[in-house]
Design a protein. Structure first.
Length: 223
């Protein structure tokens, strides 16, 4: 029988996390705007048009400020997401009688293991959702996870791949054409990051609702 005594309310953490994910999306949109301005400037340079040194310096300074602020928001959002994942995994263990395959520690740890971090965190999240399904009890392993999990993971994998491509292009850029191509790929990265943020918000909301509903039902049944 499930033991809900170890369940911890994550509603506040979920709200804070979703707020930061929204901020992450906002900064990605700002980055999209800034990268678009850079693409336009570089395109003019490639076409042979004159670009004043002051305009180029202003572009570099704008990009640097936006990038620095975005990194801070990204790191804070990542820390909150990992904390939320840990607690969600621990809560899932308290909602079912059987032992889960993945511990709360590894629910977080798999994100940092190269190669397997392309699929292990997704498997962890599916298990968490299955155990948290409010409509399933002893047969929870046969339940299905909501579309929010696949959408989130699809965007996560795409973001990793396109992000690495963008970074390599930026580091290897030597000519104006190279820098233009790198900036164009950055536009794609910005769009993917917005989609990832939205997908993550949906993921957090769905799991928060499921775990709360199942906890309330189990708690009522055990009184």
């Amino acid at each position: 029988m499930a033991d809900p005594t170890d369940f911890r309310d994550t509603s506040t953490l979920s709200l804070v996390l979703k707020s930061f994910l929204g901020l992450y999306c906002a900064f990605s949109l700002v980055g999209l705007w800034s990268d678009w301005l850079e693409v336009r400037m570089l395109q003019r340079m490639v076409d042979g048009a004159f670009v004043a040194e002051g305009e180029a310096d202003a572009n570099d300074n704008r990009q640097l400020v936006i990038f620095g602020a975005a990194i801070v928001v990204y790191l804070m959002t990542a820390v909150l997401f990992l904390r939320w994942t840990y607690l969600a995994s621990r809560n899932a263990r308290s909602l079912v009688a059987e032992k889960l395959e993945y511990s709360p520690g590894w629910a977080v740890g798999w994100f940092f293991v190269p190669i397997v971090n392309f699929w292990k965190p997704y498997q962890v999240m599916i298990e968490i959702f299955k155990a948290s399904n409010p409509n399933m009890d002893d047969d929870w392993q046969e339940s299905s996870s909501p579309p929010a999990t696949s959408r989130w993971w699809t965007m996560w994998v795409i973001a990793i791949i396109i992000g690495r491509v963008s970074s390599r292009m930026s580091m290897r850029a030597k000519t104006l054409d190279d820098f233009l191509a790198s900036s164009q790929v950055s536009l794609v990265v910005d769009v993917v990051c917005v989609a990832l943020g939205i997908a993550a918000i949906s993921l957090v909301s769905s799991l928060q609702t499921w775990q709360t509903e199942k906890y309330d039902r189990i708690s009522t049944a055990t009184v």
